[in-house]
Design a protein around this ligand. Sequence first.
Ligand code: GLY
Length: 352
Amino acid sequence: MEEVKVNLGPKSYNIAITAGLVDQVGPRLRALLSQSETAAVITDSNVGPLYGERLARSLRQAGFQVVTLTFPAGEQSKNLATLTELYTGLAKAGLTRSDVVVALGGGVTGDMAGLAAATFLRGVAFVQVPTSLLAMVDSSVGGKVAVDLPAGKNLVGAFYQPKAVYIDPAVLKTLPVRFFNDGMAEVIKYGCIKDAALFARLEALAPAEMDKALPGIIATCCNIKARIVEADEFDNGDRMVLNFGHTLGHAVEKTYHYAKYSHGEAVGIGMLAFTRAAEAKGQTAPGTAARLANILQQYHLPLTAAVTPAEFLAAVQLDKKKKGHQLTIVLLRQIGESFLQKIAFQEIAAYL
Ligand code: GLY
C-alpha cells in the first residue's frame, strides 16, 4: 500500500494507492466518517456498470445506505444541466450534511461530483475513487472541482478538498489503451516540471514492466502534486506549473472541437511546442525537446497539431491564468525543472 498525505491543516487528507482498493472503500470511509448514514455514489454510464456494485457492496457492509446516481459518460455531460440532475438525486436521497458523496470515475465525474458536494446544502463531505490514470495522478488530488459552460471548460467551480482519495490501479486494466496513454501525458508532465528521475524511469520502462511499476509511479505523481498544492492551494503562484502544456493544449482541444485529440494528447502537443520554441530562444537546455518528443512517441502520443495564432488567441481569452493582456506560461529550464513566464498576447505566436 502506498500512502501520500496532502497537508492542508484541518483540510488535510490521505491518498491511498493499492490494487483491490475498490472493495475496501467502505471500512476506510467508516473509520473517517463515523456519523454518516448515506453514501451517494456519483458515477457515469461507463464506469458504473464495471465497478459500481463492488463499491456499493463495500459501503453497505460498512453500514452505509447507498444511493447511486449515474449520468451519461463524456465531457458533454459536464454541465449545469447534469449538475442540477445530481442535486435533484441528492435531495431525493435525503442526503444530510453529515453524509458523504463518493465520486467513482474519471476526471469528469470527480470534477462534477466534487462541485455537487461543495455546493449541495452548502457543502457535504466527498471522497474520490478515480478510475482513469489522468484522474489518479491529477484531477482527483488538489480540490479543483468544476463544470463547463458553453463558453469554455471548467468555468464554474470551486476549490473544495476531498476527505480522502482511494486509488485502485487494478481498475486501469479496463481502461482503453488510448486513455491510458492520455494519462501518461500527465505523468510525463510531472517528470518534466519537477522530477528528472521520474522522467528517466519512464524512458527506461519496458511495456511489460508497466503494471508492476504503476502504483509507485502514481504515488510519485501524487506526491509531487500534493507538495505543489500545499504550497499554493488556490493557484496564485507555483501551482501554475501544473499547467505545463495546457495553455496550447486547451487551444488544440478547442480548435479541434474536443473530438480529434484527448486532453492528454493535446497537453503533450502543448508541452512539446513550447519546449521547442523555448529551446530555440535559448531558455531551455539543448536536447530537451528531442527527449520530450521521444518519450511522447514511446507512449504513442501525437507530437504536433496545427493551430494558428488567431485560434490560439481565441482559446486563451478565458484562460484562468490570464491577467489583462498578459498570460502566464510554463517553460522548462531542463527536464525536471520548470519556471513561469509572463508573456504579452502579441508574443504568443513566438511559441507556436
Ligand atoms: N490540474 C491542475 C491543478 O490541479 O492545478
